[in-house]
Structure formats: C-alpha cells, structure tokens
Write a protein that binds this ligand. Structure first.
Ligand SMILES: Cc1cc2nc3c(=O)[nH]c(=O)nc-3n(C[C@H](O)[C@H](O)[C@H](O)COP(=O)(O)O)c2cc1C
Length: 353
C-alpha cells in the first residue's frame, strides 16, 4: 500500500472511529487554588518564546498530514488559523515528498503562515534505512520550516501490517543528524510517551515532544485497519507512558525543552503540562475534523477557547507569566500518583513548592 493511501485511511479512521486511549491521566493532575491571585486578569501575559519564535500562548497544532491534495487542504486550514492566532504548527511525515518531490506542494504552507513556528517531520525508521542529513535539509528547507521533529513511532509501526520495524542505532543516528543540521532537532513520540531513560539518551537534542498516552492511540487506529493479528493490536490500545508521567520523567532527565502532548484537550490541560515541566503543548486530533472541512474560523475559535482556558488557569494560580506556572504546587492523584511513586518521581517537588 502506498504511503498516501495509508495516510488517507488513517485520517478516515480518526474521523469516524473511537481512537482515543481509555483514560486521560491529565485528570489525575490538579492545581491548588489561589483565592487571592493578587493580579488583574488583563495583566496576564500568555506569550512564550519557543525555538526562537514567539507564540501567543504555549500551543502547537501537532503533526498530522501531507502528501495528497486532501492533506494540502488540511495543512492550509491549520496554517491560516495558526498564523491568525500566533501559535506553532507541525507538519505530518514528509516521507511522501522525499520519495516524490512533486508532492512538496502539499506541505508548502509557509505562504499562508509567514510568522509561525513551523516544524518539519520525518520518521526515525527512514533514517535507519538510509536517509541522511541530505533528506532532512531538503524536507525542512524546501518548505521554509524552522526545525525538524524526528518521530519515534515503534508502537505504531509494530501495529501496522506494512510497518517499518527499523530502529537500530537510533541514538547514534540522531546524534549525527543533530551535529550536521543547522536548525533545532527534536525527537517526537506519536502517542506512547518518552521515558526518563530514553530522554537521558537524547539530551544532545534540542528537546522532545512526549506524545504520551491519553489521546490518539495509534494501535487503536491500526486496529481498525488490521486484518491479521487484529486481536494482538487491540491489546496494545493503551500501551505506553501517560502524558503527565512522561513529562515528569523527561523533566528529570535534563532534556532541554519538553513539548507535552497526547490527550491535551483544554487550556487547563496545557497549564497542567507546563506546571509538570513542559515548555509548550501539542494538540492534534481535535483539530482534524475542522481542518478536513477547511473551517479556518472554527479552528481559530477552538484555539481562542483553549487560550482563554489557559489564561483562566494562570489567573487562578496567580501567574502573571507562563514561567510562573512552573513554580505552582500540584496535586497528583489516582493511578498517576501510583505510577509516579513506582518510578521514583519526586512528589514533594510538585506538592510543596
Ligand atoms: C490523523 C493523524 C495523523 C498523524 N500523523 C503524524 C505524523 O505524520 N507524524 C507524527 O509525528 N505524528 C503524527 N500524528 C501524531 C500526533 O502528532 C500526536 O502526537 C498524537 O496524535 C497525540 O496527540 P492528540 O492526542 O492530541 O491527537 C498524527 C496524528 C493524527 C491524529
């Protein structure tokens, strides 16, 4: 099956089926209300700087697509909304345009989004199989992106009948890429999270996007496509590291910048991820339907709602700047607290600061 056909099926399944993890562990994170915020709502500054670009608040629309005319429509709608609202955007895997450069136009949305942080995307298996910095430079420069996310999607690949199961020497390959590329490079999961041990091996990169469990489950997506091994793929539906745990693990690893994603659905979720240690967040699935319908105003409205929720969370935590959120105490409850305890995460750091 061609890359384009597979991508089309993924989008159709994401629109029509339940593809989310059984539980969103961000529900086990809550703030300690500040009854006396000692600031006025209008004084709150939600802006941040991420990889050299200004964002109106810490959000990126996460990588989804490219490679077909349908994908161009999706990318264009998202790009216009990101430009209007001042947030970042990730493009879907650029393998299609590397294999067939005539498809470059399906990713080429810089003209609709002159100022945004734009992130290119290639999967690690492609580098293991032979891509070098040459393909990475082509992918990023050709569409005037700012940086590259190398996606680590072992769970997705192993759930696919035609999966690319090539991950050997991944750390060495990423190190070489980082040395040769003139722009920031991050590693990005796609829904199964990044552990402390993995992040410790990647501290030479500019950051990671954790994409943990809580939102889109790629084994769920592949479950609907699979014929052989369907029941095995179903058992992987909730495999991985919950997003809030993954952020805490990456914070403990010393990695430079953390993007929190995987089940981030509200501005309150973004505030929780920042308090746990993320610098910004990513959201994918909730924007897909609106983007397929080319509903730019609908995407803008959703982003503005999320921004307002984020600002409310800052207000109720007495935070004038986004950075202040990193110093606010948190309750960690339910299964998340048990998992954090078993992984030796520092509860006191979050509870009593
Ligand atoms: C339709 C769709 C396509 C995706 N394609 C890619 C991709 O090409 N590259 C990638 O790194 N992540 C891809 N992802 C993963 C997302 O970027 C994100 O990490 C994941 O969906 C978790 O976020 P969510 O729960 O907000 O959807 C895709 C997600 C969706 C829903």
């Amino acid at each position: 099956m061609t890359t384009e056909r597979r991508k089309f099926e993924h989008i159709k399944i994401c629109l029509e089926e339940d593809v989310q993890s059984k539980y969103n562990y961000l529900e086990d994170v809550s703030f300690i209300h500040s009854a006396l915020p000692e600031l006025n709502f209008d004084e709150i500054n939600t802006e941040i700087k991420l990889f050299g670009k200004k964002l109106s608040f810490p959000l990126i629309v996460s990588a989804m697509t490219g490679g077909t005319d349908e994908a161009l429509k999706i990318n264009k709608a998202i790009a216009k909304a990101c430009q209007k609202t001042g947030i970042g955007m990730g493009l879907g895997s650029q393998r299609a345009m590397i294999e067939d450069p005539s498809l470059t136009y399906t990713y080429d949305i810089r003209k609709f989004a002159k100022d945004i942080l734009l992130i290119g995307n290639i999967g690690l298996p492609q580098f293991v199989k032979g891509y070098t910095e040459k393909e990475a430079l082509f992918a990023v420069n050709e569409i005037k992106a700012d940086m590259l996310a190398v996606h680590l999607n072992s769970l997705q690949e192993v759930s696919q009948p035609e999966g690319d199961l090539f991950f050997k020497n991944g750390v060495a390959i990423l190190k070489k890429l980082k040395e040769k590329l003139p722009f920031p490079v991050i590693a990005k999961e796609t829904g199964a999270g990044i552990s402390k041990e993995t992040a410790e091996n990647l501290t030479f990169l500019d950051g990671v996007d954790v994409a943990g469990i809580g939102g889109t489950s790629w084994s769920a997506v592949e479950y609907y496509r699979s014929k052989a091994h369907k029941e095995t793929v179903k058992k992987l539906w909730n495999w991985g590291i919950p997003t809030p745990l993954s952020i805490a693990e990456c914070r403990a690893s010393g990695i430079k910048t953390i993007i929190g994603s995987g089940g981030v659905r509200t501005g309150f979720d973004i505030a929780k991820c920042i308090a746990l240690g993320a610098s910004a967040c990513g959201i994918a699935l909730p924007f897909l339907k609106l983007a397929v319908d080319e509903d730019v105003d609908g995407i803008i409205e959703m982003i503005e709602t999320i921004k307002r929720e984020f600002k409310i969370a800052m207000f109720l935590n007495s935070c004038q700047s986004v950075y202040d959120l990193k110093t606010r105490p948190l309750f960690l409850t339910g299964e998340l607290s048990q998992l954090m305890q078993q992984r030796g995460m520092d509860f006191h750091y979050y509870n009593y600061r």
